[in-house]
Design a protein around this ligand. Structure first.
Ligand code: E4P
Length: 245
């Protein structure tokens, strides 16, 4: 009995891995821009490759936005500019406050994703939002354990902060690989939104690791365009083109 049960179990596990792998092969990593700056959002959107925007209180403050009304107006403007998911972060840290803020944000536009910090009341609130049809992005994730909790609560996105992990002397990309492995094995549907991107190579590594989304500063996105041999090659082509103009 055991002799037939074990191979069948392994075959089933292998089959599930293949399905998960196949799903990843057919998924395309989305590009979000990580800013509240309207000019930068427009520049990335005009490239035609933008799938969404992430903001946070620091990015909003950097734009000099002051007061609740101005904050809401700014989110509305971003939602009108980009047809994709827009993460808007709550400021409250208690369950009632997070839920109250999140309800207002989510009611503003269908593309708003409520960004909730990885804290105890944040997890409770994510569960509440999930049960009430409001999408969430669990932010400030620095470990696989935190990612598992967020996924279990039903977060739409989980945001591991690669750059800040690198800054502290650890390897941010290792966390992306670990979460990808766990989510694929367990079948969590939460999307891995790689955040705190510092350079174009981070984006390439995230694509390699199977991140579902990469949220990047404009500079890092534009950095993907650059290669000195492209510039040298183009200059030569344009020079030679003059010969038959
Ligand atoms: C996005 O969701 C995060 O808030 C952001 O990527 C953090 O980036 P930082 O580490 O550069 O501040």
């Amino acid at each position: 009995m055991e002799a037939t049960f074990l191979p069948a179990t392994f075959a089933a596990i292998h089959f599930l891995h293949c399905i998960n792998h196949y799903k990843k092969i057919n998924a395309v990593m989305k590009f979000f821009i990580d800013t509240a700056n309207l000019a930068q959002i427009k520049e990335a959107n005009d490239l035609g490759i933008l799938d969404g925007v992430t903001t946070n209180p620091s990015l909003m403050a950097k734009e000099g936005i002051k007061g609740q009304e101005a904050v809401m107006q700014h989110y509305k403007t971003i939602c009108e500019m980009v047809d994709g998911d827009i993460s808007a972060e709550v400021i409250s840290t208690d369950f009632d406050g997070i839920v109250a803020e999140g309800k207002v944000l989510a009611a503003m536009h269908k593309n708003i994703v409520v960004k909730v910090p990885m804290i105890k009341d944040g997890i409770k609130a994510i569960k509440w939002f999930t049960e009430n049809g409001i999408r969430t992005n669990c932010t400030l994730v620095f470990s696989a354990g935190q990612a598992i909790l967020a996924a279990k609560a039903g977060a739409s996105y989980v945001s591991p902060f690669i750059g800040r992990i690198d800054d502290s002397g650890w390897d941010g990309m290792e966390l992306i690989h670990q979460i990808r492995q766990i989510f694929s094995v367990q079948g969590y549907r939460t999307e891995i939104l790689a955040a705190s991107i510092r350079n174009p190579n981070h984006i390439i590594k995230c694509a390699e690791a199977g991140a579902d989304v990469c949220t990047c500063p404009l500079d890092s996105i534009l950095g993907l365009l650059k290669h000195p041999l492209t510039d040298i090659g183009l200059a030569k082509f344009l020079e030679d083109a003059k010969k038959f103009a």
